[in-house]
Design a protein around this ligand. Structure first.
Ligand SMILES: C[S@@+](CC[C@H](N)C(=O)[O-])C[C@H]1O[C@@H](n2cnc3c(N)ncnc32)[C@H](O)[C@@H]1O
Length: 183
């Protein structure tokens, strides 16, 4: 077998694997209802600022994707602990890789609607309008007073935000605003 043949075969296998992962990711997004769309890394400092994390905070990312928000927060605010809840296999796998070596962070392959959130002091969500409204009764029941929640782009229709932060992003871009809530 020539070197050229082996190289072509390996390339074909890699392309096939990537296509399989893309198809799995699309099917998963359809099942879960919210696609895996990570926030732009440009807005991470604004998210950190809006969260107002303190020493000892337990920060929970609902649908944490690849855990980029948690990783950024942990590096900038080292006295906190982080929990990511993620249903999708591919983002969960990417999150596991990203969090290697970060002792105060963990990610669980869980549905956040079925997870007890009463321990959280700070929450981040980048979901959809439907998920936000479905979550509200659970959050109102479980969260302790003063728990802070920052949502990227999507508001609760039945709860007023403390403030809305304009992220100054180009028209048509995702992640255009942060809505800050207190429970
Ligand atoms: C738009 S992405 C945001 C990812 C990450 N929070 C970020 O901002 O980079 C939404 C994520 O929520 C996850 N998700 C949606 N519904 C979920 C549920 N009920 N439980 C756990 N994860 C969920 C999706 O799989 C997806 O990865």
């Amino acid at each position: 077998m020539s070197f050229g043949f082996i190289a072509a075969l390996l390339t074909a296998i890699i392309v096939l694997l990537i296509n399989c992962l893309v198809v799995i990711s699309i099917l998963e997004s359809l099942l879960i209802g919210v696609p895996f769309l990570p926030v732009s890394s440009k807005v991470l400092p604004k998210i950190l600022e809006a969260l107002e994390l303190k020493q000892g905070s337990l920060f929970v990312d609902l649908g944490c994707g690849d855990c980029r928000v948690m990783e950024f927060c942990l590096k900038q605010a080292p006295g906190i602990s982080c929990l990511g809840l993620e249903r999708g296999f591919i983002p969960f796998f990417l999150a596991k890789i990203r969090l290697r070596g970060l002792k105060s962070a963990r990610v669980l392959r869980n549905d956040f609607f079925k997870y007890d959130l009463s321990g959280a002091t700070h929450i981040f969500a980048y979901l959809s309008s439907g998920s936000m409204d479905k979550l509200l009764p659970k959050l109102e029941k479980e969260l302790r007073p003063k728990t802070r929640l920052v949502s990227c782009d999507f508001a609760f229709s039945r709860k007023e935000p403390l403030k809305i932060i304009d992220l100054d992003r180009p028209k048509g871009a995702l992640c255009r605003k942060l809505l800050v809530y207190e429970f």
